[in-house]
Design a protein around this ligand. Structure first.
Ligand SMILES: [Fe+2]
Ligand SMILES: [Fe+2]
Length: 475
């Protein structure tokens, strides 16, 4: 099951060689992909041999192999999880019908839009992270950055496969457009807001992989429920890789916090100025970065009330997180859900039809999941005997989409006026000075086993290799 013919140009478990038209379409897209990678992929990394994992099958026991790879030669492959026999659509108006193996005409436009929106995030994050290799705090971290980058590249391949295979001409056009948009570009930006933000330093990178890759997890989980079977099987396999990305983020922030706490105890101070002078990132700055990444990421789930979300669900295209484990009727016609709105000077709950609130349902599931890791960071602080705790801000804080757009809400959930917002925003969100300080710490550390001063080493290496393993050969 799922073994790959590496003699083929594009490793895959989808019998690509039996579909000449598709193979040719992908082989034509591939050089454009490589051109994109050279232009806006990892900066200055071309000749490096990087100790990377490559997906070679979908066998849960051994789906990946590790070895040195030059990144432009990474085998970006196409893998679908095995088909489930006689799989049925298990939510929405088509509940109980056979899952679709081809695109149903009536849902074609919506399905394409879902796939393009997901696909667009993958190259976007590679673009956002492209300069980080120049300031990696260690070889170990550099390797992890590159691992995330090549796998986001593979996720783009996964979506492009669906577009080429199932959407004909307009699918091919969308696949080209995925290589043409650029993160942060004025004229041709990436589709979603958070994917046009900068990821200028490694604290941002770890926050991004913790919070924003986790958005990816929840979107992929919702798509893994899809009635369109190839999409469900593709996204299931993508989730296997996604876990590592979130690990990189969680462990990265944890190691920063650990190092800061250590210096706080050595110097017996919590004064940010003294800690900064000692070359570590003070916890209030970590909190502000957290506030920023959390708030822009929860915006990615979309407006709290959305008729599109209702349509995607009712038509069987996009389920809820763990749809199969829920015990309601999977139609949700009479169900309601609580969303937030501002009434006077308060954020209050309001009950609305659940079908229209499915973005909010997914957002709330996401929030539950992301809070857990923040608690693990707090345990590091607690263990160091320091009373401060990190906290995710209120859901209404710094939102730019839906009913909470343009409302000033403090991290504790109080609606505030412009005056209070302006007086406090420098405590709530990273300032230019914060970013400049964090940037000032960034410098390349590339000797095996050495780590930048502001971050603790990891407990373990990758793939049971030692921490001081040569993860990158610079040649
Ligand atoms: Fe991804
Ligand atoms: Fe990811």
């Amino acid at each position: 099951m799922g073994s790959i013919d590496y003699g083929e140009k594009i490793p895959n478990n989808v019998h690509l060689s039996e579909d000449r038209t598709l193979q040719r379409a992908l082989e034509q897209w591939q050089p454009n992909y490589l051109k994109w990678w050279q232009e806006v992929g990892p900066d200055g990394s071309r000749g490096f041999d990087v100790y990377l994992r490559t997906a070679i099958s979908v066998d849960p026991q051994g789906w990946a192999q590790f070895g040195y790879v030059k990144m432009p030669e990474y085998r970006w492959g196409i893998f679908l999880n095995p088909a489930e026999k006689e799989r049925k659509i298990h939510f929405g108006d088509h509940l109980g019908q056979d899952a679709w193996q081809e695109v149903p005409g009536e849902h074609r436009a919506n399905l394409r839009r879902i796939i393009v929106t997901q696909g667009d995030t993958e190259p976007a994050s590679v673009e956002q992270q492209r300069h980080l290799g120049l300031t990696a705090p260690s070889q170990y971290d550099l390797r992890n950055l590159f691992q995330v980058n090549v796998e986001e590249g593979r996720h783009l391949w996964a979506m492009v496969y669906l577009l080429h295979k199932y959407f004909g001409r307009d699918g091919r056009e969308e696949a080209e457009a995925l290589l043409e948009r650029r993160s942060g570009d004025q004229d041709n930006p990436r589709i979603l807001g958070a994917f046009n933000e900068k990821t200028p330093d490694w604290l941002s990178f770890f926050m991004f992989t913790y919070f924003t890759d986790r958005d990816g997890k929840f979107q992929l989980c919702a798509l893994a429920e899809s009635g369109f079977d190839p999409l469900a099987r593709t996204t299931k396999f993508m989730l296997t890789e996604e876990a590592h990305h979130m690990f990189v983020g969680e462990a990265g922030v944890s190691r920063i916090v650990q190092r800061t706490c250590q210096v706080m105890n050595e110097l017996k101070t919590d004064d940010p100025a003294r800690l900064r002078a000692a070359g570590v990132i003070d916890l209030p700055t970590v909190q502000r970065y957290l506030n920023f990444h959390f708030s822009v990421t929860i915006d990615l789930f979309g407006a709290d009330q959305s008729s599109n979300a209702a349509t995607f669900y009712s038509s069987g295209l996009k389920g809820r997180f763990e749809e199969g484990k829920r015990s309601d009727d999977h139609l949700l016609k009479g169900s309601t859900y609580k969303i937030l709105e501002v009434a006077g000077d308060q954020v209050v709950e309001k009950e609305v039809p659940m079908l229209n609130a499915l973005n909010e349902v997914l957002r709330d599931d996401y929030i539950k999941d992301s809070v857990a890791g923040v608690e693990r960071w707090n345990r590091v602080i607690e263990k160091a005997g320091i009373p401060l705790r990190l906290k995710v801000p209120h859901k209404a804080f710094h939102r730019q989409i839906g009913a909470l757009e343009d409302v000033r809400v403090a991290p504790d959930g109080r609606v505030v006026g412009d005056a209070e917002w302006n007086a406090n925003v420098a405590q709530w969100l990273p300032t230019d000075a914060d970013r400049a300080f964090v940037a000032s710490l960034m410098g390349r550390v590339v000797e095996p086993g050495k780590f930048a001063h502001w971050i603790a080493p990891p407990v373990m290496g990758i793939n049971r290799q030692p921490v001081d393993f040569e993860y990158v050969r610079f040649n």
